[in-house]
Design a protein around this ligand. Structure first.
Ligand code: CAA
Length: 392
């Protein structure tokens, strides 16, 4: 299995290069003009933001890590963090619709042959098509080795049967990486990964799920009934699926953490502004220590979450395994987003609980960061294992 070749960042510096500032400003401007103003409407209707995805693709904010040889910009993992935070600051639901291609495409980037990369990655650059990551099942969420979907070799094909749950963009994806068991007796060592075009016979998007937050993202259940997939769609070798999934999540969890930082930052900014202007007992509520200490903690924790996120991305850009630091970033940033958005609602008081004020949505959106791409408890499990049973 190869590693994703990100552009190598040099040294350690907290100062962004001019190129990185330009990228961040592009994403910030896009979030301000194209995302934030429409966030409440997409949240209310829970509809897929196809028009915004198309624009994001047009300006180059999608699929940032696809290598140049496959038509992409080949941006670093670090650069991806800058984009992710800004888009999510605009709206986490719309942002996830845009950045989820990275989750779908990473198994191909990590384990695909040159032919497979050419076949599946190049079209992502050419047009705003979507791809998904099909790991979770109704009975296998945290426990990946419990996957029940099967893939049986028949001639030059594999026949796939099973169903996947909570799959981002599944209702709109052109293809999905499906993790399935090719040998039940081998447990996690019997899992394999396949690229499955969604227009194959037997693929059915079962339902669009009605979520509490991040409602602009399509999250669907998808079923596979006797789906014949050419054997050439197998990524890596049979039995490598579990490790492909884990290594994918190592790469993408910092991106999720960056999204959580974006949501936390949005809530923090609203809370600062509100506490400056809301007058109670004859003075702005920001004058009360009970309020400004909450804001002081928000500021410090957001900064810490961002630095952990940057560090994990930087490790990948050095070509190093970053399982531990990815989980540090994902765990800390998700929990920070939950805490900061909850405190922002508290600072807004009764208004904060109302839908016409923005922090209520941010609190709902924040919750999902503690659940998808591995719950906060799974991140602690990964961290504890890395401490007590470190792998090379
Ligand atoms: N990199 C490479 N190899 C790894 C690895 C990693 N990060 N983590 C584990 N492995 C290897 C182990 O070394 C071990 O190798 P051997 O078989 O050679 O010994 C093997 O994989 C099995 O590892 P474990 O014994 O640790 O496996 P486990 O069954 O105990 O599970 C787990 C570990 C961390 C709990 C894992 O199941 C996990 O990450 N669960 C969470 C799943 C998750 O994040 N799901 C989110 C789905 S995606 C999503 O939410 C996005 C969306 O679209 C909504």
């Amino acid at each position: 299995m190869t590693t994703i070749e990100h552009r190598v960042a040099t040294g350690v510096s907290f100062a962004l290069t001019e190129e990185q500032k330009g990228l961040r400003d592009l994403a910030r401007d896009f979030a301000q003009k194209e995302i934030r103003l429409k966030a409440a409407e997409y949240d209310e209707r829970s509809t897929h933001p196809a028009d915004i995805i198309e624009k994001a693709h047009e300006v180059g904010l999608m699929n940032p890590h696809v290598p140049e040889e496959y038509g992409g910009a080949g941006l670093s993992s670090f650069d991806g963090m800058l984009i992710g935070e800004e888009l999510s600051w605009g709206c986490a639901g719309i942002a996830v619709s845009i950045v989820a291609n990275t989750l779908g495409a990473t198994p191909v980037m990590l384990a695909g042959s040159d032919d497979q990369k050419r076949k599946w990655l190049v079209p992502l650059i050419e047009s705003p098509i979507l791809c998904s990551f099909g790991l979770t099942e109704p009975n296998a969420g945290s426990d990946v080795s419990g996957i029940e979907t099967t893939a049986v070799r028949v001639g030059d094909d594999y026949v796939i049967n099973g169903s996947k749950m909570f799959i981002t963009n599944a209702g709109h994806a052109a293809w999905i990486v499906v993790f399935a068991s090719t040998d039940k007796s081998q447990g996690h060592k019997g899992l394999s990964a396949f690229v499955v075009p969604t227009d194959l016979e037997g693929v059915t998007v079962e339902k669009h799920l009605d979520k509490m937050g991040q409602r602009a993202t399509d999250t669907s259940a998808i079923a596979f009934q006797d789906v014949r997939v050419p054997a050439e769609n197998l990524l890596g070798e049979e039995g490598e699926g579990f490790k492909i999934a884990m290594r994918t999540l190592d790469h993408t969890r910092p991106g999720t953490a960056a999204g959580a930082v974006g949501v936390a930052r949005a809530a923090y900014e609203y809370a600062v502004e509100y506490s400056r202007t809301r007058v109670q007992f004859g003075q702005p509520i920001a004058m009360n220590q009970g309020v400004n200490f909450l804001i002081a903690d928000m500021a410090a924790e957001i900064e810490a979450a961002r630095l952990l996120t940057w560090q994990a991305a930087w490790l990948f850009d050095q070509g190093r395994r970053a399982t531990l630091h990815s989980s540090f970033a994902k765990r800390f940033a998700s929990d920070t987003a939950m805490k900061v958005t909850t405190d922002a609602v508290q600072i807004f008081g009764g208004y904060g609980y109302m839908k016409e004020y923005p922090v209520e949505k941010l609190m709902r959106d924040a919750k999902l960061f503690q659940i998808y791409e591995g719950t906060s408890q799974i991140q602690r499990l990964v961290i504890a294992r890395e401490i007590f049973f470190p792998r090379d």
